[in-house]
Write a protein that binds this ligand. Structure first.
Ligand code: NDP
Length: 516
């Protein structure tokens, strides 16, 4: 990992750090240190923000077409350099080759193209017609002006998709961006800085502030808007800090996504989907399947299918394409949480049908785990586990499944399986989550046209779609009075005659005719 420090843009001058020599980045599948990056301090973050403010107007002035050209080059760069990008992601996360290819390379390439193509459409001036007669003849416009400098703070589970991914629409909107990746996985962000530089992005329009939580907090103090992805606990702190400065923020937080399997479901499809979306990325996905509710008549068959499929999974260090299905976990404390949830469930009466423990030997591995006889008294059913576990609960009816699905402080995603599509949609509408898929799970994330965000404590705001780029702008209303009289009726001086006229106008507009 050559010249990591030079890539950050944060380290061009001797950076002020948070008091440590740097952050050691480990490969979680081997425990080996693979790089060291600066722990950028508040002073350096302020310097980066000042530089960003200098270059942002020029970047905005380039316009959508020129900005889009650079993003399209980056789209190609990601595909042309995918082996290198995947290697970097795999080395700092421990995930499998396919987890990096499917959910990161493919997302980033698609997002570069999508925002290059659609940013202008989403941010085009909107002509508005008003029903108010006082606006007759006037030109009414809403335009979207970039906020200036956007701070993006990201988690460790998808360093390309979730840390870097949000920088793309922020940049396309005309902002300068400073990205604070997780201290656990900073290398992919630094590689993307290199990508954008090679693709012609002007200097300092995109900068990476490697560091820990203090670096993230310092970033909030400098930017004009903060886009945060991470835990609900940290998200709350981010919101408080942003509120103190009265800057806008968008939060993509934790989840505990329920899957509902109704008695008429295609059980083979439901079981394949449950296993894949619970175990992919070792379960470290905000919208992974975290808990399953199955109607009693099909419960045994579903559990049997799931158990068999989980038994067939190969787990280990990714040795290249097709080598393993389930990789390492990325963050040591997360492994402790998974273990705690499983232990708590077992102590309260859950059965472990598969896995249930850490894997012995090198690296951070938790065995793919299937739990049954679970209840809502167990953390495995109420708290975000974020690991390769699949707790399955028998329910008496669709009604009970919906009630249990909604018995959560989270509301990020969810899924329903049934052959009756109308019923599936009706159930989906009653699950209080940002997105619910019928006979599928999680796949909504790929449609960048669709808003993606959390209900309840899973977030504030959305990414993707029009809202996913407008949030990086401040709407400005412009009203142009074209044919204009010397004086409008409501202006000074106030006279009895004018006031009486106004009374008649108001009555004519708002109180004509009879009302029930
Ligand atoms: P954390 O909340 O622990 O950290 C997220 C980021 O915030 C990291 O870069 C972290 O830095 C930084 N940070 C820590 N403290 C502060 C602070 N006081 N002020 C500003 N920034 C701070 O989340 P994880 O990294 O553990 O990520 C996992 C979580 O992310 C899960 O809950 C998951 O559900 C959620 N997530 C949500 C997604 C969504 O779209 N809704 C997508 C992906 C993940 P550092 O790591 O250096 O401490």
């Amino acid at each position: 990992m050559a010249s990591v420090d030079q890539q950050s843009g944060a380290a061009e001058a001797a950076p002020s750090t948070n008091g440590s020599a740097g952050i050691a980045v480990e490969n979680p599948a081997t425990g080996q240190v693979i790089a060291t990056v600066p722990n950028v301090g508040a002073g350096e973050v302020a310097r980066m923000a000042a530089q960003a403010r200098v270059v942002q107007p020029g970047w905005e002035a380039l316009g959508f077409e020129e900005r889009g050209r650079i993003m399209r080059r980056a789209q190609k760069w990601v595909i042309d350099n995918q082996d290198r990008v995947i290697e970097t992601i795999v080395s700092e996360t421990g995930k499998t080759y396919e987890d990096a290819q499917l959910a990161e390379i493919s997302y980033a390439a698609s997002a570069f193209g999508f925002w290059a193509k659609n940013a202008e459409k989403y941010l085009a001036d909107e002509k508005v017609r008003s029903a108010n007669v006082f606006m007759t003849g006037k030109k009414l416009l809403v335009r979207y002006r970039p906020l200036g400098v956007v701070g993006v703070i990201g988690p460790w589970n998808y360093p390309l998709t979730n840390s870097f991914g949000d920088c793309i629409p922020a940049l396309m909107a005309g902002n300068a961006v400073i990205l604070k990746p997780s201290e656990v996985t900073p290398l992919t962000s630094l590689l993307m800085a290199e990508c954008l530089e090679e693709c012609g992005l002007p200097n300092q329009v995109f900068q990476v502030a490697t560091g820990d939580g203090e670096t993230g907090a310092a970033l909030i103090d400098e930017v004009d808007m903060v886009m945060f992805t991470g835990s609900t606990r940290t998200g709350r702190k981010v919101a408080v800090r942003a509120a103190e400065r009265l800057i806008p923020y968008s939060l993509e937080l934790g989840g505990k996504d329920p899957m509902i399997v109704l008695r008429d479901a295609d059980l083979e499809r439901a079981a394949n989907t449950a296993v894949f979306y619970a175990m992919a990325n070792s379960g470290q996905t905000c919208i992974s399947v975290e808990r399953v509710y199955v109607e009693a008549p099909v419960y045994d068959e579903f559990v049997q299918k799931v158990t068999q499929k989980v038994a067939e999974l190969r787990q280990g260090r990714a040795g290249g394409p097709g080598s393993v299905e389930v990789g390492a976990m990325t963050f040591p404390p997360q492994l402790d949480i998974v273990e705690r949830h499983v232990t708590d469930a077992v102590e309260k009466g859950a059965k472990v049908l598969m896995g249930g423990k850490r894997r012995e030997g090198e690296g951070l591995f938790f065995e793919p785990t299937v739990l049954t006889d679970v209840t809502h008294e167990m953390e495995a059913m109420t708290e975000e586990t974020f690991g390769p576990t699949l707790p399955i609960m028998k329910v008496a009816s669709a009604e009970e499944a919906i009630q249990r699905a909604n018995d959560s402080m989270y509301g990020l995603g969810g899924s329903v399986f049934t052959n009756d599509l109308a019923k599936g949609e009706a159930v989906a509408r009653r699950v209080r989550s940002g997105a619910v898929c019928v006979n599928d799970a999680l796949i909504n994330y790929l449609a960048l046209e669709l808003p993606m965000g959390g209900a309840k404590q899973s977030g504030v705001g959305t990414r993707h779609g029009a809202g996913g780029i407008r949030k990086y702008c401040e709407p400005q209303t412009i009203v142009i009075s074209r044919p204009f009289p010397k004086r409008d009726i409501h202006m000074y001086p106030y006279t009895e005659k004018n006031t009486e006229r106004m009374r008649k106008v108001l009555k004519f507009i708002h109180a004509r005719g009879k009302r029930d």
